[in-house]
Design a protein around this ligand. Structure first.
Ligand code: 5GP
Length: 113
């Protein structure tokens, strides 16, 4: 399925990349909600958390590893950060391609509904 993120993966829409390998891409969010706000996405199309299969679990684990490394690289590992997945309408998902928000660089507010 074509989304804004598939266009970013193929390069037809530019992005400010902070990490890329054959399976994963990470780039700065266009509308940052914190001083550090990076999106980490699989290059494979997975619409949302609901579509993650057991075969995808190594990819999901690698996304966590990339998040851990990016937190160090972006200087937020010690001060703290959040890794968030929004899934579906009630979860606030606006782009139907699985992605994780890495947020930090300031004291973040409490998670509330
Ligand atoms: P969601 O609300 O689906 O969890 O997160 C989607 C995120 O994608 C939002 O934080 C939004 O700012 C970001 N976003 C939407 N379009 C673009 C874009 O063209 N480039 C970048 N870098 N981020 C985008």
């Amino acid at each position: 399925m074509e989304t804004i993120f598939s266009k970013i993966i193929e390069g037809s829409i530019p992005s400010n990349k902070v990490f890329e390998n054959e399976r994963i891409l990470a780039f700065h969010d266009i509308a940052p909600a914190a001083p550090v706000h990076v999106l980490i996405i699989p290059k494979k199309f997975i619409a949302s958390m609901n579509e993650v299969t057991p075969e995808d679990l190594p990819l999901i684990a690698e996304i966590h590893s990339v998040a851990q490394q990016l937190a160090i690289q972006l200087g937020i590992a010690e001060s703290g950060y959040r890794l968030i997945n929004n899934s579906g309408p009630d979860g606030g998902q606006t782009v139907p391609h699985l992605h994780y928000h890495l947020l930090g660089g300031a004291k973040l507010g409490a998670l509330t509904g």
